[in-house]
Structure formats: structure tokens, C-alpha cells
Design a protein around this ligand. Structure first.
Ligand code: 3MF
Ligand code: MG
Length: 357
């Protein structure tokens, strides 16, 4: 088995953040109620956008990297991925991760790893092993599992205890397939499922410790997903950081408990954005090569000409927030904490965010 060449993690980047997104973040505006409203942008053209917007990391679904994956041979898929890896290099880009897309095939209708049909479960694992081969050929060791269809609409339809055993089996098969790959679970509590398995980072980390190699199973936290679970995203991140298992983030924002909005980072709740950046910056997130991923989508109402503005904007909001975090008066903060003057602390934070200090 060829070793994966890229050495993410070897080069501290000195507190300077590196940014990534996936091709799905330049979207055509389709939603469940209507067709696309913007013209598709060819993948090669999307790649040209990255550097222009100041991004260097590319996130992939397996079939973003190798289209029609289920219809070509594994050998052809790997060759195509290797070619794409060379293109990325020539564009000055790096693949951040590959995520097996396990939510579109007819064989994943009833779930992928947790399908009630053993043949469908086998398909899901085989496809995931191929995604690992694609990742290796592209030059990344990171595999993301967004467990889109693992869960139920009809609670009695699956044995939830057994479903977790199936998830663990799948994770262990992936770990055994390549000695370098590591798995990042991206928890999400609902949508498309009514209730998803592994809905929070706590669930993800619990299963990581049960796996055959806990050091290679961690998480990716998305702001909107944590908020959909009714949780504070910065506390979710802090929990994963405490376990040294926050290996990527999907920063964005979410306006309450509704469909997954993927709004611009910080656009809904500045204070929550402040606290996410604060937790990340304090913990040295990024020093081991982790990317700041922005899983943001522009609205359906956006015209084609500015269809990438949300990416540049979210990156800018993040950077401005880094400045806010680093210029926060820590001395005044600790005085407030020492005196248990939490009204004073609140005033300090809000005045700082409003630029009144
Ligand atoms: C769904 C998501 C996904 C994942 C992506 C990579 C389309 O809510 O956030 O974005 O991030 O599949 O895991
Ligand atoms: Mg995401």
C-alpha cells in the first residue's frame, strides 16, 4: 500500500489560518421547491476561484474528485484521482479531505452503513474503501463521514443499538484499509433524517474511542449542525479540542431551528462567532495544519455574477473576528471573573464587539 505523501500536521503555520471549501459551496441555487437558478460552473473553473479568494484547501466528496464513481473501475477511479492530485499541485492547492457520498445511490435509500439490507451495507463499505483509495491518490489522509442517511424517520424501523455496531464495523474496516488515513466524523442531528445517529461531537468521540485505533478517529464540527442540535458551537469545539480530536471545522451560521441554512460565518450571531474563534485561536487550532473550512452557501436570490462573494465574505468575517479575539482586554476580563462581576464581563464583551471600547 503506497503511503500518503502529504504531511499535514508536520508544519506549524504560526497562527496564520489556512482556508478551505468544497465545490458544493459554489451552488446553483436549487432547493426542494425549485430548480437551479444559476448556471453550473465547471469543476475546473471552480478550482481557479480558490486562490483568487485566498483559499488553498479543497474539500471533496469522492465523486467530486471522480465523477460517475459507481460506473467506472476502481483502477480507473484511482488513476483519475492521481491526475487530479497533480492538477491541484500545479494550481498551488491542497486536498483537505475526501468524503464518501453515501446519500444519493439507490443502495443508500434506507441508510448506508446502517441499512437494514446487508448487501446495501456492503456497498456502503466498499464505496468508502474506494473513497480512501481516492484520498490516497489525491494526496490526503483525511476522510470525512457526514452520516447523512444513518438514522430513521420511523423510529421502530431500525434497531438503534445494532445500528451503532454497524457504524463501528464500518469505521474499523476503513481504519484497516489504509494505515495512514484518519476519519473525521461530521455530526449532524437531523436533515435529511428525522433523527440521525451520532448527532453531536460527543457521540462521535464516544465511538472513536471504541474503534480499533482511536488516535485515527476524530471530528469535524459544523456551526449550523451544532446549533440544529440546540448546542453552543464553541462548547462543542472546546469539547473536541479537549480530546485533541478537532481536525476540521465547517464554519457557517444558522438562524434558529429550521432547515440547514449554511449562512455566512458570523452573519446571524456575532457573539457565537466570536466565541468559536476564541476557542479555536486559544487552542492553537491550525497549528497542526488544520484548515478553517467554510461550509457556506449563497442564497437562491443571489445573481450569478456574485456567486462566490459569500466565500470571500465569510473568510473576511473570520479574520476580523480573529482580530476581535486577539484585541479583547484579557486583563479586564480576568478582573471581572475574579470579582464574579459577570454583568461587567458581559458589558466588556458586547462593547468590544460593538467597537465601543
Ligand atoms: C450537510 C453538510 C455536507 C458535508 C459534506 C462533507 C454538503 O449538512 O454539511 O455538505 O459538509 O458532505 O462532509
Ligand atoms: Mg458541512
Amino acid at each position: 500500500m503506497a503511503r500518503i505523501a502529504n504531511k499535514q500536521g508536520d508544519k506549524p503555520v504560526g497562527g496564520k489560518y489556512r482556508f478551505s471549501f468544497g465545490p458544493w459551496n459554489i451552488s446553483e441555487g436549487a432547493d426542494p421547491f425549485g430548480p437551479p437558478v444559476r448556471k453550473p460552473v465547471a469543476f475546473a473553473r471552480k478550482l481557479k476561484v480558490y486562490r483568487k479568494l485566498g483559499f488553498t484547501g479543497v474539500q471533496f466528496h469522492d465523486d467530486d474528485a471522480v465523477p460517475d464513481l459507481d460506473r467506472i473501475s476502481a483502477k480507473a477511479a484511482v488513476a483519475q484521482a492521481a491526475k487530479l492530485g497533480r492538477i491541484l499541485k500545479s494550481e498551488g492547492l491542497e486536498p483537505e479531505f475526501v468524503a464518501p457520498r453515501l446519500w444519493e445511490s439507490p443502495r443508500t435509500i434506507d441508510g448506508a452503513y446502517t441499512s437494514n439490507d446487508p448487501a446495501c451495507r456492503r456497498y456502503a463499505i466498499e464505496r468508502s474503501l474506494l473513497a480512501i483509495d481516492i484520498a490516497a491518490a489525491l494526496g490526503t489522509k483525511n476522510i470525512v463521514l457526514w452520516l447523512a442517511r444513518e438514522g430513521t424517520y420511523i423510529r421502530e424501523a431500525k434497531n438503534a443499538r445494532l445500528a451503532h455496531d454497524h457504524l463501528l464495523t464500518a469505521i474499523n474496516r476503513m481504519l484497516a484499509h489504509h494505515p495512514d488515513i484518519r476519519i473525521m466524523i461530521e455530526p449532524k442531528p437531523n436533515e435529511p433524517m428525522d433523527h440521525a445517529y451520532l448527532p453531536t461531537i460527543g457521540h462521535a468521540i464516544a465511538i472513536a474511542y471504541l474503534s480499533d485505533d482511536p488516535s485515527r478517529v476524530g471530528g469535524l464540527i459544523e456551526t449550523a449542525h451544532a446549533k440544529l442540535a440546540g448546542l453552543d458551537p464553541s462548547d462543542e469545539m472546546a469539547f473536541a479540542l479537549f480530546h485533541k480530536k478537532l481536525w476540521s471545522v465547517h464554519l457557517n451560521d444558522q438562524n434558529g431551528l429550521k432547515f440547514d441554512e449554511d449562512r455566512n460565518f458570523g452573519a446571524v450571531n456575532l457573539r457565537e462567532a466570536f466565541n468559536q474563534v476564541r476557542v479555536l485561536d486559544e487552542a492553537g487550532y491550525g497549528w497542526n495544519g488544520e484548515y478553517v473550512g467554510l461550509d457556506v452557501k449563497t442564497f437562491r436570490t443571489q445573481k450569478q455574477e456574485k456567486e462566490t462573494a459569500h466565500l470571500a465574505n465569510s473568510k473576511r468575517f473570520f479574520e476580523l473576528m480573529v482580530h476581535k479575539v486577539r484585541t479583547f482586554d484579557r486583563k479586564a476580563e480576568s478582573q471581572c471573573i475574579k470579582a464574579r462581576d459577570y454583568e461587567g464581563l458581559e458589558r466588556l464583551v458586547i462593547e468590544h464587539l460593538l467597537g465601543a471600547d
